[in-house]
Design a protein around this ligand. Structure first.
Ligand code: EPS
Length: 403
């Protein structure tokens, strides 16, 4: 139903995001996208690049007079750093004597363990890992957040909201409150580390400062929570229609993400069924859940690849950033001699930003699932179709046993 693709290198002229399949009539402003881009740029532990950029979107197509028109939405985000990299990143052939290409500036020939550098050089037959790292850079996620921001606007008109918070940074665990705040992002965005535990935040900051001093990096875990979804998105009937599988694939595609959990996740494997499964009660007022409720939500809002109507709860684990200021052992590829890996400007950690990116990827998958279930070429049609389904949920099984 919905597709998006991105283009752009970290130090190229710009990033591009094309989202296709949005219905017409969705109110959309550049400010909706810019607000999400700004959230992605924040977070304690980022490097100097984020001071250079102030990401702003320009709609090239698909939006007119503040509304989507159903055509592909092309979005452009300029790289301010481009002015410092124009020569290095220029698409023009290198000057040099006939038959001899000139020397490349800022070539990367000592691949960083953990980055795409080495596997990419070998796979794409490149002598300069810059041809790989420019695209493998997490700068690309700017374009994902832009596409996700549009999806969020659609979801908001369907009463769905998506938030996230950081639950671990390195070995510092945040204690989540009993009940999450109703506006999760409003609360999490107040914290430099997007965490709801201010004691843990102070320890996280100290850990990041220490890692920075020693030239090291850190990873962590974010939790994404989605509320307002009706029961019945996704399907059990085929492996590639299961919504949990689609969400996991989308989240695993985020740079440096190494694990995804849903609901109780890996912990469920160590417990008994009686401790894991969410018992069912009647609940007349819970229409979007089929007038039923669950005593717990260990499933994280998904059973059989279908939404249950409970909040979706996902946890996403990010490894430490692979560019270390105290470089790890590598090989100089031109001579095959051992050498310290290349040092490029980077972040000590980007876990708070990863949460924002995870929200964007989740928004895309869920907007697609909504369009699959309810269809519609305009927002009005989509809302009418959804209304019909909600009416069915409200009315089904009523009057049973009365006659
Ligand atoms: C990033 C931009 C990059 C890095 C970081 C994320 O900018 P630069 O390479 O100019 O410093 O700060 O990228 C990486 C961590 C990486 O491994 O490439 C961004 O916009 O998020």
């Amino acid at each position: 139903m919905l597709r998006f693709t991105t283009a752009g290198e970290s130090h190229g002229a710009a990033l591009v995001s094309i989202l296709e399949g949005m219905p017409a009539g969705v109110p959309l402003l550049a400010a909706d996208v810019n607000a999400q881009l700004a959230r992605r740029q924040a977070g304690y532990g980022r490097g100097r690049r984020m001071q250079i950029e102030s990401d702003q979107v320009e709609f090239l197509s698909g939006v007119r007079a503040g509304e989507t028109i159903g055509s592909p939405i092309a979005m452009l985000i300029q790289n301010h750093d481009w002015r410092n990299w124009q020569e290095i990143m220029s698409p023009a052939p290198l000057d040099g004597e006939a038959g001899h290409a000139g020397e490349r500036k800022r070539a990367v020939t000592r691949p960083r363990p953990g980055h795409a550098d080495l596997a990419g050089m070998l796979k794409y037959d490149r002598t300069d890992a810059r041809d790989i790292l420019e695209r493998a850079s997490a700068r690309e996620t700017t374009a994902r957040v832009a596409a996700g921001a549009v999806c969020r606007v659609l979801l908001a008109s369907l009463d769905v909201s998506i938030g996230s918070h950081v639950v671990a940074l390195g070995d510092v665990l945040a204690r989540a409150p009993e009940a999450l705040p109703p506006d999760l992002n409003a609360a999490a965005d107040l914290s430099q580390l997007r965490t709801l535990d201010s004691d843990a935040e102070a320890r996280m900051i100290a850990l990041i400062d220490e890692a920075k001093r020693s030239g090291d990096t850190l990873g962590g875990i974010c939790e994404v929570v989605v509320t307002g979804l009706p029961v019945g998105l996704g399907s059990h009937v085929a492996w590639d229609r299961k919504l949990d599988g689609k969400l996991a694939a989308a989240l695993m595609s985020i740079p440096a993400v190494k694990g995804v959990e849903m609901g109780m996740g890996f912990q469920a494997a160590r417990l008994h069924g009686s401790e894991v499964h969410d018992e069912i009660d009647p609940a007349e007022d819970a229409v979007t859940r089929g007038r039923l409720s669950r005593r717990t939500n260990n499933a994280g809002g998904l059973e059989g690849g279908i939404t249950t109507g409970e909040p979706i709860v996902l946890r996403v684990a990010m490894k430490p950033i692979s560019t270390l200021m105290r470089p790890l052992a590598s090989v100089e590829m031109t001579t095959r001699e051992s050498a310290a890996s290349t040092v490029e400007r980077s972040d000590v950690t980007a876990v708070p930003a990863m949460g924002v990116i995870a929200e964007a990827m989740t928004a895309f998958v869920l907007a697609d699932a909504m369009l699959e279930k309810f269809g519609g070429d305009s927002l009005g049609e989509l809302l009418r179709n959804r209304q019909g389904y909600l009416r069915y949920l409200a009315e089904r099984d009523t009057g049973r046993g009365a006659g």
